[in-house]
Write a protein that binds this ligand. Structure first.
Ligand SMILES: Nc1ncnc2c1ncn2[C@@H]1O[C@H](COP(=O)(O)OP(=O)(O)O)[C@@H](O)[C@H]1O
Ligand SMILES: [Mg+2]
Length: 271
């Protein structure tokens, strides 16, 4: 075997891009996160599954600091961020792309203006240059040439893709997807799944996908975690989750599989 020589600058960075350490969070005395440890490996897609109300979105909101932990710590690139003042944080935030559960496009702006918005707002880019970048990002999500349309003219799936183009506009290191396929029929969900994979491949981003859609989780995930009762009860590969003997995991897997079978049976004529 060839001997490895140490080359400064070429060493693989093994610092987790984002890390949660022993994060606890309760709302009105109800415990939602009960000691969450999560380290995101660089350039991988980590999927968090779990029942509705399990605390998946609350985890994402800790990463973007929309929510503060009651106890525990949040790190970004090895630096603690849960206790940073807001003004310091504004330098970090562009590194995080957040695709919210609701698309939340601005209806009063064109598609192109929507995608250009974070470039002008956060990176202080000139509008003309921002419009060019926006067009390039729209092209990346398969929607080249629609920058002059209005959000109201788009389908649900197209709106999600525009929101995704906006999330990647600032070249984030991390993309957080909150229920990216919810409300889409299976063919349209698959377009989103493909896009998540494509962006990981082409941009080498580190992604977190929160979903209760098991099919999507298995298609996009390098690693799947399941949250239940405030803790992770499964951490493994998309293959291994199908064989997990923990009844809570197995029930979720069986339940979702049945629901998805039913949905694909009903799917005919819905396009
Ligand atoms: N800002 C908040 N204030 C009070 N309760 C909240 C808040 N955010 C989330 N919760 C509660 O925390 C629990 C987990 O929510 P969430 O993370 O949104 O679930 P999901 O796994 O479906 O994404 C729910 O019971 C929700 O009502
Ligand atoms: Mg949620």
């Amino acid at each position: 075997m060839a001997r490895m020589t140490f080359r400064p600058g070429f060493k693989r960075d093994t610092t987790p891009v984002v890390e949660l350490r022993d994060v606890h969070k309760a709302f009105d005395g109800v415990v939602v996160l009960d000691g969450i440890d999560l380290a995101l490996e660089r350039s991988k897609t980590t999927v968090i599954i779990g029942e509705s109300g399990a605390g998946k979105s609350v985890i994402l909101k800790h990463i973007v600091r929309l929510i503060h932990p009651d106890r525990g710590e949040v790190y970004y690139e090895g630096r603690r961020i849960d206790n940073l003042p807001e003004r310091t944080l504004s330098r970090i935030r562009p590194g995080l792309g957040f695709l919210f559960q609701l698309n939340a496009l601005f209806d009063s702006m064109t598609v192109g203006q929507n995608v250009a918005f974070p470039l002008i707002e956060h990176l202080r880019m000139k509008p003309k240059k921002a419009a060019e970048v926006a067009e390039e990002k729209l092209h990346m999500v398969g929607l080249g040439g629609i920058q002059h349309k209005w959000p109201a003219e788009l389908s649900g799936g197209q709106k999600k893709r525009v929101a995704l183009a906006r999330a990647i506009a600032v070249d984030p290191k991390v993309i957080l997807y909150d229920e990216p396929t919810t409300g889409l029929d299976p063919p349209r969900s698959d377009v989103i799944n493909e896009l998540i994979r494509k962006l990981q491949r082409e941009l080498s981003v580190t992604s977190v996908v929160v979903t209760h859609d098991l099919t999507s989780a298995r298609k996009v995930g390098d690693r799947i975690l399941m949250i239940d009762d405030g803790k992770f009860i499964f951490d493994g590969t998309p293959q291994s989750i199908m064989q997990c003997s923990d009844t809570r995991v197995a029930d979720f897997v069986a339940g979702r599989a049945a629901a998805e079978d039913l949905a694909s049976l009903k799917e005919g004529g819905r396009r």
